[in-house]
Design a protein around this ligand. Sequence first.
Ligand SMILES: [Zn+2]
Length: 460
Amino acid sequence: MIIGYARVSRKEQAENGNAFKNQKERLLKANIDKLLSDIGSRTDDNRKDFLKLKQLIEQGVVSKIVVTRVDRLSGNLMTLLELAELCDRLNCQISPLDEIVDITTAMGLLQYSMTGAISAYNVRLIRQKIRQGYQARQNRKAANPRPPYGYLVIKEKYVLNPKTIDICQDMIYIYIKERSLSKATKIIFTKYEKKWSPAGFRNWLLNPVLRGHTPYKTEQNRTRRLDTIEEIIYNTHPDQILLSNQQYEMVKDIINYNKTHWGKNSQATTWVNPFVGLLKCWGCGQTVDIIHKKRKSGKIVRYTNCRTRNNRFLGLTCEQKGVCYIETIEKALTQALINKAISIANLASEFEDIPESPTILNLRSQINQLKSIPNANPAITAAIEELERQLVQAQSEGDIFEDNQQQLKKDLVKVFQDPVLWNTVLKHELSPHELRSLYARFVEKIVVKGKEVVEVQLTI
Ligand SMILES: [Zn+2]
């Protein structure tokens, strides 16, 4: 049986929806009997169909594997060598359409492992280059190649985009006037058809670039990648400012005020308990209700009340004493969600995709092709050297596309990790009903004992 195996990374899939289709079509034209395919990283060897492929080879029913390139199978040298050994033992041939590899000979096997080594080497090299690129930019005080809305980057400097200055200033004015991210973003959309998410708009308002500073992501340690803090170089473009210090203080004030005055507009009568059914009593295990009281100052306070304790006349008892304020519950839940987000992100980072630009992909593929020519003459060696020089240059110029998936994941983690953002978005941008369904989705139970939350059990 001849099996075709196709793979694209999530990034390739996101950038070019046809890449996967084209790859499969090419394989189907190569007279295969069965097509297997995965969307996933070359560094992840637990892809579903890849595992199935190995299983079929082990069963001895595969005579040939057709791929477009060897690294479609894996970017892991050990995996490739194991696969080569397995195929050799079970008389299965690996046939890449774009590379010259014959694993039935010692020479071919050597070339095959070389190709694998090169692609594994590239994975490491690209990763290293990204870090070096960040560092080099920072040393040069260069602007991020992707500036925030309202800015252009000219010769590595932030420059106000003359076309959008008025809109930007109006957007800031709208926020200061409306004092609400969701209201402001709605007005901005109606007025300028510029679509912001409340969290995105908040990030934009707080972006140091708007105040004349340049933020850099500090180098990410793989094991502690979540501890990335922005490092700021101050006054890199003091004449290109959108937000004055005074305006910035106002914006920060509003955000902080909103953060600490949750529910200021809601009345006790219309208040929706977002934790309904999730709060449990430590003493009796029963559901705990939230009751509200209006203080003399007019402030409404909300706290827990055990149903059993409230119904002692039924002959039930509960040892629960004291009340737990809703702010305490909020805080404990936020912390639990942050911790969970961190552990999920740590897990996810082990399967990261490698960012690659088409230029780099193309160069590498050319190098690989040249390198697999047996007994290469000096002209080919020279060509390889030239291509490698171009590859290094392309990488050092920061010609690296940020992985969409990776970025999305980072943003998600950022949202979960930042309590301020979390509180702003959750408390102000979601309706109580939305909050309730969100909590119902993520929270199993919250156990209260006296003034404290003693357990937060999540469903994730
Ligand atoms: Zn109780």
